[in-house]
Design a protein around this ligand. Sequence first.
Ligand SMILES: O=C(O)c1cccc(C(=O)CC[C@H]2O[C@@H](n3cnc4c(=O)[nH]cnc43)[C@H](O)[C@@H]2O)c1
Length: 239
Amino acid sequence: MRVLVVTAVTAEGDAVCAAAEPHDTVRLPGGYVVHRAGPFDVLAAGVGPAAAAAGTATALTTAALAGEPYALAVSAGIGGGFSPGAPLGSVVVADAIVAADLGAETPDGFTPVTDLGFGTVAHRPDPALVEAVAAACGAAAGTVLTVSTVTGSAARAAELAARHPGALAEAMEGFGVAEAAAAHGVPVMEIRGVSNAVGPRDRAAWRIGDALAALTGAFRTLPGALATVTGPAGPTHHP
Ligand SMILES: O=C(O)c1cccc(C(=O)CC[C@H]2O[C@@H](n3cnc4c(=O)[nH]cnc43)[C@H](O)[C@@H]2O)c1
């Protein structure tokens, strides 16, 4: 069973690869480079949902055309944590991957695109998979928001928390990975090591090293957790 892991940057990809035995590197169309370690094919696709979707779609399409489709796509990296549920250095596993700013501003406030009659704003990973992975790595499970603008104020953090009561973290790629995975009928997950608090900008308080170490720890437990839910064949694939 092979798992596609999509990160934004190389440092996050390295943290995932550190959890498994590295083997080779594969080049994909578009200049993408996939580092293979244990069951993980790790692709640093760039920052933001569009880059994540483009990279994920390229990897999934390449694998499908080769007759070796992925069993699971995982969006992984560092992220901001909502207090008090997601402290710095902890891990969050998404039970919902939600595009928090995909919509329209109206006189009554933000309106998601789904309320306007089109699109999708949420993907929900398999609950059994979420539960098993979160339990194995000691993570909290909750909504992970995908934003195109990093939250930098208490007011915006409060607005997001009010609109998404189950939100534990925010990052910038999960929804892009999930959209591409959904288009290919491939199950999706999102796993974040918490590097900073969602709220007022405070770069001195970031704990990127701790978040990356937590990510490595989570990926060490992932193969065992997946096996308990799916068996050796991996999650159900819907071509
Ligand atoms: O300059 C800032 O104030 C700032 C604050 C947080 C994150 C950034 C980034 O440019 C990192 C974006 C990168 O890392 C993920 N990430 C990490 N923390 C957050 C967050 O609090 N909100 C959204 N994304 C975050 C994200 O997935 C990107 O890949 C700058």
